[in-house]
Design a protein around this ligand. Structure first.
Ligand code: PLP
Length: 409
């Protein structure tokens, strides 16, 4: 038979979080090693459960969830999402502005496919959640990375964004709270991003999946600002969010995108998005049934994100322990599920950070993700998922410290 190769479209597409590092972890597991996988923000394997009502509701609706649904999503889920944004001050949000997808992941790909053409540039943060870069490329566009500034709390560098705008720039991606850095943007920063979009006529793509995972204590009270709030009625904004993280049901594949701003100027794009929604029939229907109860019910995430709660305590512990390692510095995350520490190049001369992560995996049986896998510019960072309990996390960071001790220049 002739050799079957992947399409040329895929040649520039990368998704390292589950790439060669995971293949190596699986090879080691097949050899009988126990690997601690800290490469994916999936709460369930670390003892987190969905709110009881969300599970009950999904089970209750299962018999009615056997058929396809409306391809934009079931009515109850779409109205629940619209009401959620209305209650957050986005009063001009309607059921028809909401599309439900198999997680935010599917919607990112659908939205980019629906409006990016060859030659279009899309501004994507560096570091980013790498699906954004991959999906822009797959859609035929060119991702252009703008710098988030580590020395300024990983905030987006607005001047860098401005300097990278060309006549071909089409859209600006915002990830807030940020994966992998844990930064939560202030009102001024979000307004600054919106202002750039407004002046340069860019579409805003705002990934807000961690909007409810914010660590508040007496020192910091991070507040999440929806980009759409400032985009108003003159900047087209697509807001992405879903149940995976705050409701701890990554496996239900329940996410949404909400369209706001001058929708009348985007009817052709929205027809394209509807076409793509139709072509994939609908999102997982049982998962859609969980959305109304999740958004309207008891917000159990509150038990996890304050002092004493697991997400909060684990994040603070990881951040503190990482900073205790010589040559390692980590900006304090104020939200999400990750730490993104820097390895001082003067102390650890790393040329290939994926190889570095593979060596850590082989020697210490811990899987983290290399920073360049998040499109960071230098091989001097890695991302650690802070989901394991305090004991496991302490052990894991201890093993990372031991490994680093052997790598000092
Ligand atoms: N966006 C960001 C920033 C993420 O970190 C993730 C998952 O880790 C996703 C989107 C995808 O989420 P979903 O499970 O809704 O597809």
């Amino acid at each position: 038979m002739r050799r079957i190769t992947q399409s040329r479209k895929l040649h520039q597409v990368r998704y390292d979080v589950r790439g060669p590092i995971l293949v190596e972890a699986q090879r080691l597991e097949a050899e009988g090693h126990k690997i601690l996988k800290l490469n994916i923000g999936n709460p369930a394997p670390f003892g987190f459960e969905a709110p009881e009502a969300v599970l009950q509701d999904m089970v209750h609706h299962l018999p009615n969830a056997q058929g396809y649904s409306d391809s934009r999503g079931i009515y109850s889920a779409r109205t629940a999402v619209a009401h959620y944004y209305q209650s957050r001050g986005l009063t001009d949000t309607h059921v028809d502005d909401v599309f439900i997808g198999n997680g935010v992941s599917e919607l990112i790909s659908m939205v980019l496919t629906a409006f990016v053409d060859e030659g279009n540039e899309v501004l994507v943060p560096a570091p980013d959640y790498p699906l954004w870069t991959g999906a822009v490329t797959l859609a035929g566009g060119t991702p252009v990375h703008y710098r988030c500034d580590e020395s300024n709390g990983w905030n987006p560098d607005l001047e860098d964004i401005e300097s990278k705008i060309t006549p071909n720039t089409h859209a600006l991606v915002v990830i807030n709270p940020n994966n992998p850095t844990g930064a939560v943007y202030s009102e001024d920063v979000v307004k600054g991003l919106v202002d750039i979009a407004r002046r340069h006529d860019l579409v805003l793509l705002s990934d807000e999946i961690y909007e409810k995972i914010l660590f508040a204590d007496e020192h910091h009270q991070p507040v999440h600002h929806h980009t759409a709030t400032f985009a108003g009625d003159d900047v087209l904004c697509l807001t992405f969010s879903g149940l995976s993280k705050a409701y701890r049901v990554c496996g239900f594949r329940a996410g949404w995108v909400m369209v706001s701003g001058p929708k009348s100027m985007a009817t052709d794009f929205l027809e394209g998005l509807t076409l793509l929604a139709n072509m994939r029939m609908c999102a997982n229907v049982p998962g859609q049934h969980a959305i109304q109860t999740a958004l309207g019910g008891y917000q159990s995430i509150e038990e996890y994100i304050h002092p004493g709660g697991r997400f909060y305590e684990q994040s603070k512990l990881a951040w503190r322990l990482l900073n205790e390692i010589p040559g390692v510095s980590c900006v304090e995350p104020h939200g999400a599920l990750y730490c993104f520490p820097r390895l001082d190049p003067e102390v650890y001369a790393i040329e290939d950070d994926q190889q570095f992560v593979i060596e850590l995996l082989r020697e210490k049986k811990i899987l983290v993700t290399h920073g360049t896998g998040f499109n960071w510019f230098e091989p001097d960072h890695f991302r650690l998922v802070t989901l394991p309990d305090i004991e496991v996390l302490t052990e894991a960071i201890g093993r990372i410290a031991e490994f680093l001790e052997t790598r000092r220049a």
